[in-house]
Write a protein that binds this ligand. Sequence first.
Ligand code: COA
Ligand code: MG
Length: 289
Amino acid sequence: MPPVFRSLIYVPADKPRALAKARGLAADAIIVDLEDAVAPDSKEDAREALREALAEPFSAPVIVRINGLASEWATEDLLAALAARPDGLLIPKVESAADLERVGDALDQADALDRISLWAMIETPKALLNLPDIAASSEKLPLKGVVLGLNDLAKETGVRPAEDRGAFLPWMMSVIAAARAYGLVAIDGVLNDFGDDARLEAECEQARALGFDGKSLIHPRQIDTANRIFAPSAEEIAEAETIVAAFARPEHAGKGAIGLEGRMVERLHLHVAESLLARARAIADRDPA
Ligand code: COA
Ligand code: MG
């Protein structure tokens, strides 16, 4: 089954009500945050709350976002996160493959390389310049995905965020190229205006068209939209089924390209259709009607 990561919601580790709520949310993954959402004075309390929260099960995989490796909190965060046994670790402010290797060494020491996957935030100018090396870390480390951090990227680059995200497009496509080259999951950045449903819809559609697998979210009300838009639609499923059925006809056996309703369909489209159907099945499995 292909992984399903349409919606990843950040939950501040120091907000007990939000953490309690997160346990039952329909997001595909919960990111318990020790970093930006937690004020410097609350870092210790947040680690303690993380330990308590992860002692009880969640309905989705849990990924812990530690503080940046260059910060004073990173070592304690890593120890607390490893002890809490999450499904994944999200590393912010990654600048190079060496950063991920450092986390990989900590996983190795905790004998956790085969049970905790790594996710890298792409949110610094150096991460953009080093994207190929960062993505290639997946050949040695359990790197599962990359998550765009557009708030930090805007801050670090001077890009003024606009509604169409035009200035970010080249970087978004670089992230997609790196992710696809190494089989990683690619997750779009957050929309801060969590009350703006139309804009969320537009950003999800845009990210999906660019090739992203899902979106990072900050508020429960954003989950349904992301889950809907990043799932194959009924029309896409019907279209994929038509293509699979066409190639299955005896007269098309062994053919590389066939005519279907007035257009050319190649065997590569069959593969696209099959993976779309596999993804639809994985989603149906996750969200039983
Ligand atoms: N995860 C789980 N539950 C959340 C949540 C989240 N990210 N955000 C809000 N909720 C819960 C609230 O606890 C509240 O539930 P309650 O009534 O049982 O307490 C309910 O949803 C409604 O919250 P609301 O009043 O609409 O939001 P708010 O004004 O209290 O908070 C934010 C708004 C943005 C501060 C809050 O959504 C948040 O902290 N989001 C995550 C921020 C973050 O992690 N940032 C770092 C990554 S970019
Ligand atoms: Mg940040």
